[in-house]
Ligand binder design. Structure first.
Ligand code: SME
Length: 137
């Protein structure tokens, strides 16, 4: 679990599994915080490559979650002022913070090309995914 390569491979496998299994999960990634720099860094993903591999705290949906420590469900990305577009096909987004020993160390970020697809079941499921992922970090 402390091996960096193995952890990254496992994170990529989680992304792949989620992206291929849930039809409205079109892009799945894990960002992790650099507390000194106040930035989020993309460590693993499945879907189209994104230019946004480093995101300052406070910027976009992801950056807001780094500061708020709260789940952020966006049914319609067009209705958001503080939003970073990764792809013009994206309609909705969900970001769930990942806690390790009570500390917000990163997040899972999912983009959907379907409008308003996320329910409370997604939130609960992704909270559980993050709890499981925290165990391998
Ligand atoms: N849309 C995100 C940026 C990350 S991309 O979705 C991969 C945001 O607004 O923070």
């Amino acid at each position: 679990a402390n091996d960096a390569v193995s952890t990254n491979e496992r994170l990529n496998q989680v992304c792949e599994l989620l992206q291929t299994t849930v039809n409205y999960y079109d892009w799945v990634g894990f960002y992790f915080a650099n507390e000194a720099e106040k930035t989020l860094h993309l460590k693993a993903f499945a879907g189209e490559p994104t230019d946004h591999t480093v995101i300052p705290f406070g910027k976009g949906i992801c950056g807001q979650v780094a500061v708020s420590n709260q789940n952020f469900v966006v049914p319609d990305v067009k209705a958001q002022d503080n939003y970073i577009a990764c792809s013009i096909t994206v309609k909705a987004e969900i970001v769930i913070p990942l806690f390790k020993e009570g500390k917000n160390i990163g997040q899972i970020d999912i983009d959907s090309n379907t409008a308003n697809p996320f329910t409370e079941a997604d939130t609960k499921f992704l909270e559980w995914v993050n709890e499981e992922v925290a165990k391998i970090l």
